[in-house]
Design a protein around this ligand. Structure first.
Ligand code: SF4
Length: 246
């Protein structure tokens, strides 16, 4: 808070420019894991063996962005084979983007410039919820973009879901979705919501949100930072940021 306050005094700017301008991520920011060109099979196998979420494909070394929770362990033990990228915007359509982009744009056409979000936690570790809360602080201040929270699904345009779905939360999630009016845009916020993350396959855990309700946009990250969530919401609303945000 103090740093934010002092920077505001120094620069005269208190709110992020994103998405109309690029904001630099803090030094040491760790994005997702990437397999380096020329990585040998032995290193890939070692990295895959330590990856708790099974994000690394053993033969090719490809990293599943929805499963990687950015722990950095693969890059630590095999630094020549894997590295952590600085990407922060990992939001993507949950289905084929060429078809889904047009379909979603058509669906959200009626929403206008202002949207109401219902946020539901279906089993998160609270890290994604903290980032969701940060969207409304004075720095990120998404109300400047016409994004507001609502407590009722009946008033919601967009459902933001955090956490891997637990058995107990599947029915409340389904009922929340059913209570929303069309066009019901659904965004899975965080690696756990996108794929189940390290909780997938655990007793009492159903896993990815798409196993219970249809998902339009996934925003992987553990947790995704507020800028990544804003970029994901922008993607969902068909308002692609005018600047590259990776
Ligand atoms: S979850 Fe950790 S070990 Fe697995 S790919 Fe991501 S950074 Fe590497």
């Amino acid at each position: 808070m103090n740093r934010w306050f002092l920077r505001g005094l120094r620069t005269g700017i208190v709110t992020t420019r994103f998405p109309s301008g690029i904001d630099a991520m803090p030094a040491g920011w760790r994005g997702r894991a990437v397999c380096q060109e020329g990585a040998d099979a032995q290193s890939i196998a070692r990295a895959a063996a330590v990856c708790l979420s099974g994000a690394i494909e053993e033969r090719s070394g490809a990293v599943d962005v929805d499963r990687c929770f950015q722990c950095g362990e693969c890059a630590r033990i095999t630094p020549r084979a894997f590295a952590m990228s600085a990407e922060f915007n990992l939001a993507h359509f949950s289905a084929d983007p060429t078809e889904e982009r047009a379909r979603l744009r058509e669906r959200v056409r009626s929403l206008g410039k202002s949207i109401m979000i219902r946020h539901i936690d279906v089993g998160s570790d609270c890290s994604e919820d903290q980032e969701m809360q940060a969207l409304f602080n004075p720095y990120y201040d998404v109300t400047r973009l016409g994004i507001f929270l609502t407590a009722s699904p009946r008033h919601a345009d967009l459902l933001a879901v955090t956490g891997a779905v637990t058995g107990a939360m599947a029915e409340p999630l389904r009922r929340t979705y059913d209570a929303m009016p069309e066009p019901k845009v659904v965004v899975a916020v965080g690696t756990s919501a996108a794929s189940g993350g390290i909780f997938a396959g655990s007793p009492g855990i159903i896993g990815a949100v798409e196993r219970v309700i249809p998902v339009d946009i996934a925003i992987p990250g553990s947790p995704p930072p507020p800028l990544a969530i804003i970029a994901g919401l922008w993607l969902a609303l068909g308002r692609i940021p005018p600047v590259a945000c990776r």
